[in-house]
Design a binder for this molecule. Structure first.
Ligand code: ACO
Length: 165
């Protein structure tokens, strides 16, 4: 099992994984237009943290880091149907937090969570209370009325992945 983060960099293997992830999002997020999913997953300013098992994508999180603002916007998050509720979603988020902090230099995440995924995000440390100053994020993230805006503050020191990878 591997947790790898790539954007559309033209490397064949990464492209195959990103296409697999795009297909998982298409099935798991039926309210999202397919063209919109492809556009963001393939957009070079977005990155995707992916769970890879036997060289196949099991799920992932696509996000856009805003480096100057030090926060990331999570656009899509999903695990393939037959692998849900086995802990992959939690491990994925932990790897994302570690990468966002140590590689991207981010301190927070924002996401518009679907109503039925709020429980998952709460378990990952997200809150409906937004503590970042509005000037820091307003105008950067897209308004989206199909969900609830949630925030996660990334812990500065916590080893998110060392204990249980
Ligand atoms: N509602 C409430 N709790 C949930 C949900 C949910 N939809 N999904 C998982 N959980 C809980 C689990 O029960 C578990 O709790 P526990 O630690 O007490 O046992 C905990 O969250 C973590 O579960 P994991 O097994 O790590 O989660 P999983 O691998 O299933 O991944 C995910 C969670 C990504 C939400 C997955 O179920 C999924 O793909 N769902 C369909 C797509 C979806 O809703 N994606 C999010 C949309 S919002 C967005 O993309 C910005």
């Amino acid at each position: 099992l591997k947790f790898l983060c790539y954007s559309n960099d033209g490397v064949d293997e990464h492209m195959i994984w990103l296409i697999g992830l795009k297909n998982i999002f298409g099935r798991q997020l039926p309210n999202m237009p397919k063209e919109y999913i492809v556009r963001l997953v393939m957009d070079r300013s977005h990155k995707s943290m992916m769970v890879i098992r036997h060289n196949q994508v099991v799920g992932g999180i696509t996000y856009r880091p805003y480096y100057s603002q030090k926060f990331g916007e999570i656009a899509f998050c999903a695990i393939t149907a037959d692998e849900q509720v086995k802990g992959y979603g939690t491990r994925l988020m932990n790897h994302l937090k570690q990468h966002a902090r140590d590689v991207d230099g981010l301190t927070h995440f924002l996401t518009y969570a679907d109503n039925n995924a709020v429980g998952y995000f709460v378990k990952q440390g997200f809150t409906k209370e937004i503590t970042m100053d509005k000037e820091r994020w307003q105008g950067y993230i897209k308004d989206y009325d199909g969900g609830i805006l949630m925030e996660c503050k990334i812990n500065l020191k916590l080893p998110y992945t060392d204990l249980a990878t």
